[in-house]
Design a protein around this ligand. Structure first.
Ligand SMILES: C[C@H](O)[C@H](O)[C@H]1CNC2=NC(N)=NC(=O)C2=N1
Length: 179
């Protein structure tokens, strides 16, 4: 009799634990997926809307020097020692991101890779441990377009999601190929 009660108690306890851990597992997965989807969708939609659209035949429009300068000013927040900059001798913009470690740098690249496929727009980049050097340009118009600016903005969002506050000002200029 005592054994029976004990067994039922254990069974109920086990059920609760299983339900709890299943719930936790599901909610973690949902949160991760939602966060990723929401961030990419929101970023892409918001940025596409807030910049002037491309020309009629949907070919990305090459931005003028002044438009690039204005975009760089918007992208680079004050006090960042290594902000977005125009690349010397070619129409492209570039920035080096410094993360805490390789894991963070790779997370950043994975998130951007998903967005790149979604936008059909792919960055040039180099990763060394915690550093990701990014160059953005649009082959289809042979220069910087709104697609590059939108991608750069998404990169800023993803990087600041990943980096703990405080380490954001910890940049060291490493790329001398910019003007
Ligand atoms: C055919 C395909 O749409 C093009 O090649 C896409 C792919 N990714 C691209 N990426 C970049 N950076 N610029 C482009 O013009 C470009 N075009």
């Amino acid at each position: 009799m005592m054994n029976n009660i004990l067994l039922r108690h254990c069974h109920r306890h086990l059920q609760t634990r299983i339900r709890y851990s299943a719930g936790a597992r599901i909610s973690t997965k949902t949160t991760a997926t939602t966060a990723l989807t929401t961030t990419s969708t929101t970023t892409a939609t918001t940025t596409f809307r807030s910049f002037s659209s491309n020309n009629d035949n949907n070919k990305p429009k090459k931005l003028s020097e002044d438009e690039i300068k204005a975009s760089l000013r918007l992208l680079s927040y004050q006090g960042t020692p290594f902000p977005w900059a125009a690349v010397k001798d070619r129409s492209a913009i570039s920035k080096t991101f410094h993360f805490t470690d390789f894991n963070q740098a790779w997370s950043f690249m994975s998130r951007i890779a998903l967005l790149a496929e979604k936008m059909d727009h792919h960055p040039e980049w180099l990763n060394v441990y915690n550093r990701v050097e990014v160059t953005l340009t649009t082959h289809d118009c042979d220069g910087v377009s709104t697609k590059d600016v939108n991608m750069a903005r998404a990169m800023e969002t993803y990087a600041s999601d990943l980096m703990p506050e405080g380490s954001k000002s910890n940049f060291t200029p490493t790329n001398s190929n910019t003007v």
